[in-house]
Design a protein around this ligand. Structure first.
Ligand code: ATP
Length: 297
């Protein structure tokens, strides 16, 4: 049973179409990233899933059921930075938050512990670094021990140290078996912490699946031969069904992409077997950034 299932979800704000028929499925234990540029519909998706916004069409299921107060209790969400009281301690702030959420106050200790704030629990919120403030915000989503966390741009506005702290915490929570849904416009963030990703653009799903397959670095192999072997190289490449997108390279030679499961060494062997001796072979990694741009271009 999926943790969250969105089916053909759509949402308009006046004449702005924020989501067009979005479908996706989040499986237990995954860290699911919603990746997309600003305005692509990430926050709207989370708002709809959490019942903060109303969909114009489509279906939302949590744990295989329509959202209920029971399923709500199993989901901790951080859509915007909560207002903590600057003069109260981390612990006092969490006790208040637990009260507002009607979560068991006994879960405050575990939340502080997971967020790595036990030693600083008595210090006032105002004395915290940006990273610690955000970790406290994450700790507040852990009150009531939810199975699922929904986080909108959890590292926004943090300095590099804070970003590292928050990412580490997310990884720790994932290792504990929590299912985590994160909206982010940062490719790097999704790549570092997520197991699955859905790429959104202008309210439409561009791609979805395991990060390793959606953002796999499909490398290009650059092949150089003596000029007289150029035609033979092209002919030989044309005979190999696992070689695609052959293009001439500036400065001579050709480059090509290999379908997954085939290596440059295998290509070298196959070319040699057809009488093409390479003068050079180089693997050029296509950056994830380039792939993301290609997906959302
Ligand atoms: N309350 C609103 N009223 C009108 N339009 C809205 C409202 N909220 C969002 N939109 C529009 O809906 C579209 C999707 O916005 P949304 O905030 O969901 O995207 P996002 O991917 O989360 O972007 P960001 O990272 O900038 O928040 C955008 O065109 C946005 O301008």
């Amino acid at each position: 049973m999926s943790i969250l299932q969105l089916d053909n979800l759509s949402k308009r704000y006046g004449s702005t179409v924020a989501l067009r028929g979005l479908s996706l499925q989040v499986e237990p234990g995954s860290v699911y990233g919603l990746l997309g540029p600003n305005g692509s519909g990430k926050t709207t998706t989370l708002g709809l899933a959490l019942g903060v916004l109303r969909a114009d069409g489509g279906m939302i299921r949590w744990f295989g059921q329509p959202m209920s107060s029971q399923s709500k209790r199993r989901v901790g969400a951080l859509l915007e930075t909560p207002n903590f009281f600057p003069y109260l301690s981390a612990r006092q702030n969490l006790l208040l938050a637990a009260d507002v959420k009607q979560a068991d106050p006994k879960t405050v200790d575990a939340a502080l512990d997971l967020a790595g704030l036990t030693a600083r629990q008595k210090d006032p919120f105002r004395s915290f670094s940006l990273g610690m403030k955000q970790r406290l915000a994450l700790a507040s989503t852990l009150l009531g021990t939810p199975d699922v966390l929904v986080l909108d741009e959890p590292t926004n506005g943090l300095d590099p140290q804070g970003i590292a702290e928050v990412r580490e915490l997310i990884q720790r929570l994932a290792a504990q078996g929590k299912t985590i849904i994160i909206a982010s416009h940062l490719l790097d963030e999704i790549e570092k912490v997520c197991t699955h990703v859905a790429v959104l653009q202008r309210g439409e799903l561009r791609a979805a699946g395991p990060v390793s397959s959606i953002l796999a670095s499909s490398d290009r192999v650059v092949l150089r031969v003596e000029p007289e072997l150029g035609p033979s190289l092209l002919h030989a490449l044309g005979q190999l069904p696992w070689v695609r997108d052959v293009r001439p390279e500036t400065g001579g030679g050709h480059s090509a992409e290999l379908t997954p499961g085939h290596s440059p060494a295998e290509l070298n062997r196959a070319l040699f077997a057809s009488g093409v001796v390479l003068a050079g072979l180089e693997v050029r990694q296509r950056s994830l950034e380039a792939q993301f741009l290609e997906l959302t271009k």
